[in-house]
Design a protein around this ligand. Structure first.
Ligand code: H2B
Length: 112
C-alpha cells in the first residue's frame, strides 16, 4: 500500500476549506494518472481505467463501490464497455479535500 492510500480519512464537515489548485497540484505528484477537472467551478479528481470488456469494468466498479462504502466517501463512477471512470470530490465542501486524494490512491490499488 502506498502511504497516501494508508492515510486515514477524516470526517469532512462543511466547515472544511476546499484545497486550492496549487495544493491539489502538489498532491497530484503522487497520483500521476489522475487529473483535476473543473465542473462548473468545482474541482474534481478523475481517472479512467481501461478493461478488456464490460464485465471487467463492472467488477472494478463494484470494488470501488465497496471501498467507498468502507470509507463513507462516495465517487461518481461511470461504467462503459471496457472503461470505468472514477471521479472524486467532497460534496460537503464543493471541492477537493485530502480524503479525495486518499481515496484516489486506494482506487489505484484496487485496479492493480
Ligand atoms: C452523512 C454522510 O457521511 C455524508 O453525506 C457523506 C457521504 N459521502 C460523501 N461523499 C463525498 N464524496 N462527499 C461528501 O461530502 C460525502 N458526504
Amino acid at each position: 500500500m502506498t502511504s497516501l492510500a494508508q492515510q486515514h480519512c477524516e470526517p469532512c464537515s462543511g466547515d472544511a476549506r476546499p484545497m486550492t489548485r496549487s495544493e491539489c497540484e502538489s498532491e497530484l505528484t503522487a497520483l500521476p494518472q489522475w487529473r483535476i477537472a473543473d465542473h462548473d467551478g468545482i474541482m474534481k479528481l478523475t481517472r479512467s481505467f481501461t478493461f478488456r470488456d464490460f464485465v471487467s469494468a463492472l467488477e472494478f466498479t463494484q470494488r470501488v463501490g465497496e471501498l467507498a462504502e468502507q470509507a463513507g466517501h462516495h465517487p461518481v463512477i461511470t461504467t462503459e464497455y471496457g472503461k470505468t471512470t472514477v471521479t472524486w470530490w467532497s460534496h460537503a465542501i464543493d471541492g477537493l479535500h485530502q480524503n479525495d486524494f486518499i481515496l484516489a490512491a486506494r482506487t489505484d490499488e484496487v485496479a492493480e
